[in-house]
Design a protein around this ligand. Structure first.
Ligand SMILES: [Zn+2]
Length: 64
């Protein structure tokens, strides 16, 4: 029997915002205090940051 080494599959991660699966190598990541979050792109990264409330004091009133 051949016992080939199994090629490591690229690890996929899920975008924290839209849940798209992406290879970790292309994901944007943000290392938080507890764990690393991944994003498929800058758009989702921005969304997450807004949702995170880090700019809560900025445009709170504009939300309808
Ligand atoms: Zn995304």
């Amino acid at each position: 029997m051949t016992n080939k080494p199994i090629p490591k599959e690229p690890e996929n991660v899920s975008c924290d915002v839209c849940l798209t699966e992406i290879p970790e190598s292309v994901a944007m990541s943000s290392e938080g205090d507890e764990y690393t979050q991944h994003f498929c792109g800058i758009a989702c990264y921005d969304k997450w940051r807004e949702k995170d409330g880090s700019s809560a004091d900025a445009e709170n009133d504009e939300e309808k």
